[in-house]
Design a protein around this ligand. Structure first.
Ligand SMILES: Cc1cc2nc3c(=O)[nH]c(=O)nc-3n(C[C@H](O)[C@H](O)[C@H](O)COP(=O)(O)O)c2cc1C
Length: 350
């Protein structure tokens, strides 16, 4: 184990996060994603065969068989090697995109580099995405450290996560967001790969998305509220639980974040990822109909892997894929672009 105290802290925090999200109930308590408030309009005359449905899409120069991505989660401690290896195995086999967790630890020490690079070893043909936190980016003078992280996994894109809520509540947090947008703009200008900006479960508003687009960002993942509550995770790590728990349900529900952000597509061109609380092919399809180009999920994927291994993760993805295909057929959507134009209505009640 590295002797550097900063590195040791990052290592143990990463492990704690995985343990808490797997073993404790850290879902939102009173707020949902908002996706269940919508229904597709059933098309009794779809005008196509189920076999005509095509769920493939292009992302970062690759063809994906499904518009899915395993959200950025882990790396940088011993136990992450097996997790990332297995996530990569299933992602490669299924033909979906995969992100690694924050690579901050890899900047501090070489000790756990393989927990990240394993992803590219196992998944040579899918889009792989690197990751770092906004607070790190705010203090970076050049893109050199990030270039090393990109090289480590031969990343197709690099994600910066915006996590002001987590930094605010974390006992060891760095709630310093002055300079983040300038840091992101610097990365956009100087990195060879596209920059993705994502939240981690509190959502990105239309206004923030607009500012990111102004900074040159071309891929935004709203990572909205309704799934994993990072305030919840920090409550369970915090000494002052009563205070932190007041923020448990903070954030913009995924559906609302998507709706606001997708409006910007009327005048700007960018890739929109819907995530935060996605638990089925129905959720995924609704994200697409709200304007997403791709849908990502974190904790449900990790939990499937943890409880039932790669078999359970494969089975989860295949059940989401089957639901998605069914919904595309029942809305007369041959392609994902058609699904993006399928009408949604506010849920009918009896
Ligand atoms: C165990 C775990 C670790 C995570 N670590 C990171 C991270 O390092 N970087 C990041 O951008 N997001 C991280 N996230 C956030 C996810 O990428 C995702 O945005 C968030 O959990 C919401 O998605 P979900 O509701 O599907 O879990 C992590 C999520 C989990 C469950």
């Amino acid at each position: 184990m590295s002797k550097d105290p900063a590195s040791r802290k990052t290592v143990s925090r990463k492990k704690e996060h995985v343990d808490i999200t797997l073993n404790r109930d850290v879902g939102f308590r009173e707020k949902g994603t908002g996706l269940d408030q919508y229904d597709f309009v059933h098309n009794a005359l779809p005008g196509l065969n189920l076999d005509d449905v095509d769920t493939s899409t292009r992302f970062l120069g690759h063809t994906l068989s499904l518009p899915f991505m395993v959200s950025c989660m882990t790396g940088g401690y011993a136990g992450a090697l097996a997790i990332n290896r297995r996530l990569a195995e299933v992602s490669e086999e299924t033909g979906i995109a995969l992100g690694v967790g924050s690579q901050r630890q890899a900047l501090q020490s070489k000790e756990f580099h393989r927990t990240f690079s394993i992803v590219r070893e196992i998944a040579p043909t899918i889009p792989v995405v690197g990751n770092i936190g906004a607070a790190e980016v705010a203090s970076m003078k050049t893109a050199d450290p990030v270039r090393k992280l990109v090289d480590l996994i031969r990343a197709d894109a690099f994600a910066v996560h915006l996590n002001p809520l987590q930094e605010f509540l974390q006992p060891e947090g760095t709630p310093n967001f002055r300079g983040v947008i300038e840091g992101i703009a610097m990365l956009v200008r100087t990195l060879q790969v596209p920059v993705i900006v994502k939240e981690i479960g509190a959502g990105i508003s239309g206004d923030v998305a607009g500012r990111l687009l102004d900074a040159g960002v071309t891929i935004i993942d709203v990572a909205g509220a309704g799934g994993t509550s990072w305030a919840g995770v920090e409550v369970l790590r915090s000494r002052d639980r009563e205070f932190a728990s007041r923020f448990w349900d903070w954030g913009i529900p995924t559906a609302a974040a998507l709706r606001e952000t997708a409006l910007l597509k009327q005048t700007r061109s960018f890739t929109l990822i819907g995530s935060g609380g996605i638990t089925s092919g129905f959720d995924a399809a609704k994200c697409m109909a709200l304007g997403a180009d791709l849908v990502a999920s974190a904790r449900p994927m990790l939990a499937a892997l943890h409880h039932g291994g790669t078999r359970a993760l494969r089975s989860l993805l295949s059940s989401w894929a089957r639901e998605l295909r069914g919904i595309m057929f029942l809305t007369g959507s041959r392609t994902l672009t058609d699904l993006q134009h399928a009408p949604l209505v506010t849920r009918w009640t009896a």
